[in-house]
Ligand binder design. Structure first.
Ligand code: ADP
Ligand code: S3P
Ligand code: MG
Length: 187
């Protein structure tokens, strides 16, 4: 597949998708540093625009409001054309978001097992969807529901337990180079 050309402009965004705790935020920052491309974390952009944290937005305005802001922010950051985009884990579940990502770059699924995800997210109160009586069960249920949809992403990278952020970033870059090298070309 070639780069995505819209309005005469080549779009080479690298868009990280996958579950909470898969490493989208951490790997996105490392990819941005390595490639010298701008980094957008959609959660951080939503928080900045609202001047509220994600738990505060969910509590005050609800998930539907958050998802609407998420879709707007995603569209805006993809328009840059040459960025690393760390999405929130639910973003890829919306067909409109998947289409927009598909039109503007490559999607990379950080595929991570439930045990590793749980190990990473269990002590962090920053994910409102996991504020349930059984957060681990909720995480596993969500992972089961979402895996078939994450698997629609262009590039799959296993984010294995014990790997460092650098190891996983190397695997992401190798997978993109093998499958969609045009994305990594410098202008
Ligand atoms: N190999 C790895 N890949 C990604 N994250 C890792 C890895 N090893 C440890 N981590 C840590 O796991 C956490 C992943 O969380 P985060 O990047 O916020 O995930 P997400 O944005 O997908 O929810 C970070 O604290 C990160 O430093
Ligand atoms: O999976 C989800 O639905 C969510 C994931 C979070 O982002 P991370 O995947 O970066 O944790 C954040 O967008 C929000 O709490 C909802
Ligand atoms: Mg994140």
């Amino acid at each position: 597949m070639q780069g995505k050309r819209r309005g005469g402009v080549m779009r080479r965004n690298i868009v990280l998708v996958g579950m909470m705790g898969a490493g989208k935020t951490a790997i996105g920052a490392e990819l941005s540093r390595r490639l010298g491309r701008p980094l957008w974390d959609t959660d951080a952009e939503i928080e900045r625009a609202a001047a509220m944290t994600i738990p505060e937005i969910f509590a005050r305005d609800g998930e539907d409001f958050f998802r609407a802001r998420e879709a707007e922010v995603l569209a805006r950051v993809l328009a840059g054309g040459d960025s690393i985009v760390s999405t929130g884990g639910g973003s890829w579940m919306r067909e409109g978001n998947r289409e927009r990502i598909g039109q503007n770059g490559v999607s990379v699924w950080l595929d991570c097992d439930a045990e590793t995800l749980w190990h990473r997210v269990r002590s962090r109160p920053t994910r409102p969807l996991l504020q349930t009586a059984d957060p681990r069960g909720t995480l596993e249920r969500l992972l089961g529901e979402r895996r078939p949809v994450y698997s629609l992403a262009d590039v799959h990278v296993t984010a294995a337990r014990g790997d460092t952020v650098e190891d996983t970033t190397n695997r992401v870059l190798a997978a993109i180079a093998a499958q969609q090298p045009v994305i990594l070309e410098t202008k």
